[in-house]
Every structure is written in structure tokens, then in C-alpha cells.
Ligand binder design. Sequence first.
Ligand code: IDC
Length: 463
Amino acid sequence: MKRFLALLATCATAALGLTALTVPEAVAAAGCKVDYTVTSQWQGGFQAGVKVTNLGDAVTGWTLRFSLPDAGQKLGQGWNANWSQSGSTVSAVNLDWNRTLATGAVADLGLTATFTGANPKPTAFTLNGVACTGSTVEPTPTPTPTPSPGTGTPVSINGQLHVCGVNLCNRYNRPIQLRGMSTHGIQWFAKCYDTASLDALAKGWNSDLLRIAMYVQESGYETDPAGFTSRVNSLVDMAEARGMYALIDFHTLTPGDPNYNLERAKTFFASVAARNADKKNVIYEIANEPNGVSWTAIKNYAEQVIPVIRAADPDAVVIVGTRGWSSLGVSDGSNESEVVNNPVKATNIMYTFHFYAESHKDTYRAAVSRAASQLPLFVTEFGTVSATGGGAMDRASATAWLDLLDQLKIGYANWTYSDAPESSAVFKPGTCNGSDYSSSGVLTESGALIKSRISTPDNFPTS
Ligand code: IDC
């Protein structure tokens, strides 16, 4: 059958008088099937999943096209492909990691769009120019492989990460959860991040990531841009050498409007993105906790900083802070809908959610539960204590949070991997003067709980 189709293709090529040289590398698929589902709809907008099954020969490089029947339908954001719209035609071109589509394989794409009329379903789906009418021809079912846990470090197993729908996916395009630690302000606690402490974090703690909290104010980046950029880069290298992901946190806090630091952010991210572009372990967090500022202003900031990162490092995941100290707006009396209804115009991005277990409970958990089916979320910072970073640990709330994040496969970093004299620190004061970062004697109450949670096996899927 395949040979017959190949022959047909050859005949068609010959009949059109084309030479072999004009046949693009991405050959036409012989057939395809599209499952298009509106997964949520709100006033004037919707999100849809588009599953494309290749029923023809394997292709390396593909373009999906379809037509939006209503003039009011306009593409917003798309993921797992490069999306564009011209007139009523929408195109989705493969990304590097999903360019190969074997016979029977599925490309799982998604998009958001606005609409004004009845929101009819798209029509005239084609894959590499071939109509996707394949609902009658079912591909030979390929058994779904059982995920087998990989051996190696988090980075050697998972490789370059990307956002897939609402999840963070590894190089096998499987959702993963990263669990790890945040530094304290590197301007104050530099001594806590040396060979011994990072060895312990990677091995004794089995941490998947190191969040590098580079404060911008409070004696941080603004006082010595070159010095802090270089400190961040060397921590990225130390994480990489130990197989951990590095989350570069542009730790804005006061003032709360990230636009106050817009020019600094552009300068900083242009530099770190160019320097680390070839690494697989870097994730960019562009604004720690916007506060006292609208979502629109945060979104404007993101839409100026993200292109700077993309220009230098096109495939890295970028995480965008949210309103109300990265509470998805909840701490300002709003909620996730302001983001869902007005997402940042960029692909391969996630949104930040932060919590402190003693201060943020059921209302916040409810918001995360709702938002998790609509937005890619990453808890880049959380504490088991109160939002001051101190006070008693709230074990019940912290456990409820961590169970929820595990269940939703939402990645997280705990505040802080340091010996700061406050209950959110995982080490007792003075620990960073020595070289023991693993024994139970150096841990605070929060440290013991957090270590027990993040050191369990990851079982990252490898197929
Ligand atoms: C706190 C530190 C504290 C420091 C203060 C400075 O724990 O030692 O003096 O910052 O601004 C956040 C922030 C984070 C805070 C933390 C605890 O992202 O910078 O760290 N927190 O207050 N958001 C909610 C809580």
C-alpha cells in the first residue's frame, strides 16, 4: 500500500513536469485525520485542541492548514507549532522537536482565538497540502509504551523542555514535574552556593532544579549589572554540571511594577540568553512578583522582554509573573480569568503562581485547581510558612499544597535553600559556614519536610 502510494506520488510529480529537486524535504502526507475540540469558551474567546494524525508515510517537516469560516475568528496564541493567520487561513508549522511525524503518529496542538459570531468549527484541514479526510482509514494502532523511569540526571533524561498544552514536557513530549529549591537573594547568601552545597542539592536532595534569585533592587543587580550577570551565569554552569535545571529569576519585588525595570530586564536577558542559548537546562523567569500593578501592565512588560530572550535563545521556556505577588491576581481580589481572557502573546511560556502555606489556603488552592486546566503554571517560589518568610511552619497547608501540585504535575521551587535566620530557610543559621548540607542535624523543620518531599524518585517518562 505504501509502495503504491509512493508510486502514485512519483507519477503525479512526473505528470506535473517537476524534477526531483523541486520536491521539498517535507513530502506530502498521503492522508491525515484531525480531531478538533473546543476545550473552553468564554466571552469572545475560546481554546481548542487540534490533534493531527498522520495516516500517510512518515514526514519530516509538516504544515497544517485550515480555514476559519467566520470573519470574526482571529487566532490568538498557539502552542506546539509555529502558528500564523493570513486572511481566513490558519497555518501551523512544526517545531524542531515534533518535525518528524511517523505513520499513525499524532501531533497534539492547541490554540486560543477570539470570535464575534457563532464560532463555527474550522474547515478544509490539510497536512502538507493533502486534505485531512482520513476518518475512515484508521492507522494501525501502535501500542502506547508504558513510561519507564529513566536513569541519569534530570537534564540528561529530560533534555530541552517545552510547554505542551498546560504542561511542561520533556524531549519525549511527555509532561513532567520539576521539584527543587530556590536560592535566597544571591547578594546576601552567596556563601550558601558553593561546590559542597550544590553537590548536596543534586545528590542528597535529588533536586531537579535550582532557582537563582537575583534581586534587582535591595543591593542587587542594579548596583552591579556585570557582576550579578556573571554570578548568575556561573550558577547556571554549576547547576548544569550537576544535571539540574537552572531557573534564572529576575527577582523584582519593590517597586512592584516590573516596567520600572524594563530596560534593565532587556539588558540582562539579552546577555544571559545569548550566553546560555546552547544549554538545555535554562528556564527564564522574567518578573518575580509584580504587585500594585495591573495584569495589562505585566503583559506589556512580558511582550517586550520575551522577544529579547527569543532573539537570542529561541527554544527556552519563559515564565511570566502574575498580578498580586504572582497570585494569579487572587491577592488583589481578582483571579486567573484575567490571564485566561488576555494571555501574553507568545508561545512556549508558563505563568507564575506563588504561595506561602500559612497565609494562602483554600481560596488560592481553588484558583490553582481551576487555572491548571487552562494555563501552564509553575510555582517558582513557595514557603511552608507565612508570607513574611517567617513564623511557624503550617504543615497541614504545606502538605495539601504539595499534594495538589504533585497531582497536577506543577513544578515548584521552595524558598529558600539557605541558612537565613527565618523559618522558611531549610538550613539552621550557620550551616553555610560548614560543608554539611545533607544530615538531619542541619535542617530546620521546613527543611526536613521539603527534603522529604523533593528527594523522592522522579520517575521521568522516557518514551
Ligand atoms: C524575603 C526574604 C527576607 C528578605 C526579604 C527582602 O525571606 O529575608 O529580607 O525578602 O525583600 C516573597 C518574595 C521574597 C521574600 C519572601 C518572604 O519573593 O523575596 O523573601 N516572599 O517574604 N514573596 C512572598 C514571600
